[in-house]
Design a protein around this ligand. Structure first.
Ligand SMILES: [Zn+2]
Length: 221
């Protein structure tokens, strides 16, 4: 198995475990994420189990071993540092760096990675607000509230965007809804499926659907 394939599987197992707060990922779910058949996902996972990166329980799913988790965090470190480097140093748009990092995360050397880390002054988050694991494999994941659940009239700051679809990110950029932007939720209407918010710096009033607001994580100011 190519090392990039191994890295992609452990990375997705880790991310899905974070998303669902369940470390054991069913094969059907993994197959969907990896865009392969369940049979392919299962044979890949069995190979990962042979390498002691996952523990596979038939009919239940796969979860990462300690070694598997360390590898996943190392891949995420490469991915997220590369994204930040592409935005900050090479001035690429934040909507296009995810695709670039998907490739570069498998080929960049530790030596170059540590230089990038130093150049960027040891950052904690990538351009989307995702936490960057340390070189020792530690990660600090803060629990944020999503914008659709936050209290009305409370001042908040955008901390993280949980959807990296390029057109979605371009939409947020156009509306001025990027990390660190401060805003207040003005209204929420479950029946209309809409929230209205006002940004502090520009006083823009913006209406979002609740499903969009859920992808924007915020913290109180
Ligand atoms: Zn990314």
């Amino acid at each position: 198995m190519a090392s990039s394939t191994i890295e992609n599987y452990v990375k997705q197992l880790y991310l899905e475990g974070q998303r669902t707060s369940n470390q054991k990922i069913p094969m059907g779910r993994l197959a969907k994420i990896m865009k392969v058949t369940p049979g392919t996902a299962t044979s890949m996972v069995k190979a990962l189990a042979d390498s002691e990166l996952v523990i596979y329980e038939p009919r239940e799913g796969a979860r990462l071993t300690r070694g598997g988790k360390q590898l996943a965090l190392h891949v995420l470190r490469r991915h997220r540092l590369v994204e930040l480097f592409l935005v900050k140093t090479l001035a690429l748009d934040w909507s296009e760096v995810h695709e670039e990092a998907e490739n570069l995360e498998h080929v960049i050397s530790d030596k170059v990675l540590e230089k990038i880390d130093k150049l960027l002054d040891y950052p904690c988050v990538d351009p989307h607000g995702d936490p960057i694991p340390t070189s020792k494999g530690n990660i600090t994941t803060k629990q944020y509230e999503n914008l659709s659940d936050c209290r009305l009239h409370q001042k908040v700051k955008i901390s993280r965007i949980v959807d990296q679809d390029p057109t979605f990110l371009q939409f947020l950029e156009r509306e001025g809804l990027t990390p660190n932007v401060k805003l207040t939720l003005q209204s929420r209407d479950d029946y209309a499926d809409a929230t209205t918010l006002i940004t502090h710096a520009t006083s823009n009033t913006i209406t979002l659907g609740l499903s969009t607001a859920k992808k924007i994580l915020v913290e109180p100011l």
